[in-house]
Design a protein around this ligand. Structure first.
Ligand code: BGC
Length: 375
């Protein structure tokens, strides 16, 4: 009897021991799993995950929006402003700004875009060097789930998400309207931008929208019409020299793709003693162009308020990065699709309105513009 009691007690004790060990094992396992859950999420042991957040899906960053900008060049004065003002606007919206510049090299621009994608940007903003080559950038960004904003220049034949620029066709119209007012008949030279920049095509289209009726009536003759490689002023000067030689200096007006190429053309005109005699149009309202306008060697420029462009683009880029649909006011076809676009208004500037436009706007200081003028 006694023996049976002892056996039962021992069995009960054994059961208790097994239960205690099992409990300890379960507890240890639970503790281990909890720590491990933290590690899966990239957390130090013991660190808590925010409520409702599944392990393994924690954002790698702190949630700050990253805006990547890939630029073609800083050759023209305007791009320095674009870079600064766009960066400022992005940061003012609480986002991070990363910028790279490709120095007019397509392979470099594609590589830099890949780097930005690899850095985890939430939106890629592109100023393409070559409108067609940059389609690769759009495709790569999209493959990584990143939207693309075409800044100032349109990327062609790719699924661009948004295009923000000035009305480039209007830029050309403003140039031709100003020059035909001065020279309604005669020999015209057209010094365009590069064929690789779609803006150069749009601006040229605008110029010829205005010139064509004059050409059709036989009042204006285009005696020279060339693209300018990479917007190089030296290339524009060389082309203008050819135009002058071919026409023995008898040129009545020049329309150039921008102020840099206008500057090149004016250099060639100066070699023939014609600077200030032949009206010349440009665009960008560069300081050197503003100085030439008040000095009388350049007739007009087209002012594109860069701060407006930078601020609108930054606002819409951050919206897109957050997954919101940006507003657009029109569609522009890029060869593949109608791209939602925002096009800002350019302003014609000549010696008469320079004070109330670019100077009043603080784009250039008055004393800088009139620096070389004796008063
Ligand atoms: C821009 C001009 C600029 C030119 C050269 C064009 O695409 O619209 O403002 O002068 O590129 O960089």
């Amino acid at each position: 009897m006694l023996e049976r009691k002892a056996i039962r007690r021992m069995a009960a004790l054994r059961l208790l021991q097994v239960a205690a060990i099992a409990l300890a094992v379960v507890l240890l396992w639970a503790i281990f799993m909890r720590v491990d859950a933290g590690n899966d999420a990239g957390l130090p042991p013991g660190e808590e995950l925010p409520d409702g957040q599944a392990p393994g899906v924690r954002r790698q960053d702190d949630g700050t929006i990253k805006v990547g900008l890939t630029m073609d060049t800083l050759q023209e004065e305007r791009w320095i402003k674009d870079q600064e003002m766009f960066g400022e606007a992005v940061k003012a919206l609480g986002a991070e700004f990363i910028v790279m510049t490709a120095d007019s090299d397509d392979a470099k621009q594609i590589e830099q875009a890949e780097t930005l994608i690899g850095m985890g940007v939430d939106i890629l903003v592109v100023v393409p060097h070559d409108a067609e080559a940059a389609a690769t950038i759009v495709n790569k960004a999209h493959a990584a789930g990143i939207k693309v904003l075409s800044y100032d220049r349109l990327v062609r034949n790719a699924d661009v998400d948004l295009y923000v620029s000035f009305d480039n066709e209007r830029v050309g119209e403003l140039q031709a309207e100003a020059i035909t007012k001065r020279v309604p008949a005669g020999k015209y030279v057209y010094i365009g931008g590069p064929e690789t920049d779609y803006n150069a095509h749009l601006v040229k289209k605008g110029v010829f929208n205005v010139l064509q009726p004059y050409i059709d009536r036989g009042e204006i003759t285009i005696v020279f019409d060339q693209w300018t490689r990479d917007w190089q002023p030296a290339n524009a000067r060389d082309n203008m020299r050819i135009a002058l030689e071919a026409n023995e200096g008898r040129i009545d007006a020049v329309i150039a793709g921008n102020d840099g190429t206008a500057g090149g053309a004016i250099e060639a005109l100066a070699e023939w003693g014609l600077a200030g005699q032949v009206p010349v149009a440009g665009q960008d309202a560069e300081l050197a162009a503003a100085q030439r306008i008040v000095a009388g060697t350049q007739t007009m420029t087209v002012y594109k308020p860069i701060r407006q462009l930078a601020e609108v683009a930054a606002e819409l880029a951050v919206k897109m990065a957050k997954g919101e649909t940006p507003r657009a006011d029109r569609l522009v076809n890029n060869g593949k699709l109608d791209v939602p676009s925002v096009l800002l208004t350019p302003i014609a500037v000549n010696a008469d309105n320079i004070d109330e436009t670019i100077i009043a706007d603080g784009f250039h200081a008055r004393e800088e513009v009139y620096k070389h003028i004796e008063r």
